[in-house]
Write a protein that binds this ligand. Structure first.
Ligand code: MG
Length: 203
């Protein structure tokens, strides 16, 4: 399986990063070893002094497809969850300055904890879902999928021009404003439409 992540998909986060909003989705991938499930602790990596949380709505691909049309894209996912796109912000800045790929800042082991996945049917209109991240009991990020620049359908259509999507692949759909650093011992709780989806600690 692969983990596909969309960058700059909420205007407020693009602004806080001083990044331009792009005409097509910006995506990158994380390896399978980035995945953390079951509320296991996230181990802080030793190569960064500034690891940031980015809470994101995640869709799980349910069937194989290539060059999927935007109109058919809703048939390619059935489950939704929440995840964190952990980012070594110091390394990302360094790589951006050099014009190099972000891979080491984004695609490291354990950098993609995900919640349980629930049927999209449970949530009604997936284009108007509120979500948030609480850090040690205080809300630090709040978003609504209505704020996405590129919808999940547009993302599937775009990414599947380049790579075949397969069942089990995960799509992280971008983070709203409020990203910030985490430290050992922090507790992270993610909520989708008020439903607690994950609750884990930073180790
Ligand atoms: Mg992200």
């Amino acid at each position: 399986m692969k983990i596909i992540c969309i960058g700059r998909n909420y205007a407020d986060h693009a602004r806080e990063m001083k990044s331009a909003v792009t005409a097509v989705p910006v995506y990158f991938m994380k390896p399978e070893t980035a995945l953390v499930t079951g509320n296991r602790p996230f181990p802080l990596p030793d190569f960064s002094k500034d690891v940031h949380h980015e809470v994101e709505v995640v869709f799980r691909i349910s069937r194989e497809g290539k060059q999927i049309g935007e109109q058919e894209a809703s048939r390619y996912f059935r489950k939704i969850g929440l995840g964190i796109d952990f980012t070594a912000r110091d390394l990302q800045h360094e790589m951006k300055e050099k014009g190099m790929p972000w891979e080491i800042a984004k695609g490291f082991d354990h950098s993609a904890p995900v919640s349980r996945f629930l049927s999209v049917k449970r949530f009604g209109d997936i284009h108007h879902l509120s979500f948030r991240l609480d850090l040690n009991g205080t809300t630090v990020q709040e978003g609504n999928t209505s704020g996405m620049i590129f919808s999940i359908e547009a993302i599937i259509a775009y990414v599947s021009r380049f790579v075949t999507l397969r069942p089990g692949d995960l799509v992280f759909t971008g983070t709203p404003a409020g990203v910030g650093p985490v430290a050992a011992g922090d507790r992270l709780e993610g909520f989708l439409e008020g439903v607690r989806m994950f609750d884990f600690r930073v180790a």
